[in-house]
Design a protein. Sequence first.
Length: 198
Amino acid sequence: MKWVVATSNPGKLREFRAIFDQYGLELISKDEAGVMEDPEENGSTFEENALIKARACAEACGLPTVSDDSGLTVDALDGAPGIFSARYAEPGHRRERVLRELEQVPDEKRGGTFYCAIACVIPGECEFTVSGECRGMIAHESIGTGGFGYDSIFFLPEYGKTFGEIPAEVKNRISHRALALAALREKLEEMGYIHADK
Ligand code: IMP
């Protein structure tokens, strides 16, 4: 059976496929499902925005759909950039803006969380969301070239490195998205849509 990931981001599709492949489910992107439009993400939480994307895609193609909405929330910025992570500044300047806004903030107040909500919409049957989060600190400068987005300013004290420095296999085990995907797998198993012995 075909399932759709409501994203055009090849990185996200790859991470979802890594989980779904082992269950014999064929996962296709929204473009492959023939869905070209992107709905306006006007929700006020990650969960609402993930549901907006999944519902719009499932309605357009009639197939079970999953989607994720994620971002970085910084304690000292009252949770910003949060749901506006992808639009916090012009492309290439988002990390810079966060670092600038934290210039005077001491280490003990530089906590932050990467958050990922995944929505699942199965037309005519059900819809739900799951989530995952990863705590860390905002570094004083960008370090490392791995990953994407805010990875190089997100410091993990237990590893002594940023997400931009640690290997992808490690990030894919401990990240907010990895944890949300694990919760999705558990929920789909519980509901009988996928089977652990497959
Ligand atoms: P979305 O595609 O609307 O969910 O936007 C997510 C935004 O949050 C991205 O553009 C990144 O800036 C940021 N983000 C989400 N997850 C990560 C991650 O794992 N590493 C770095 N940045 C992330």
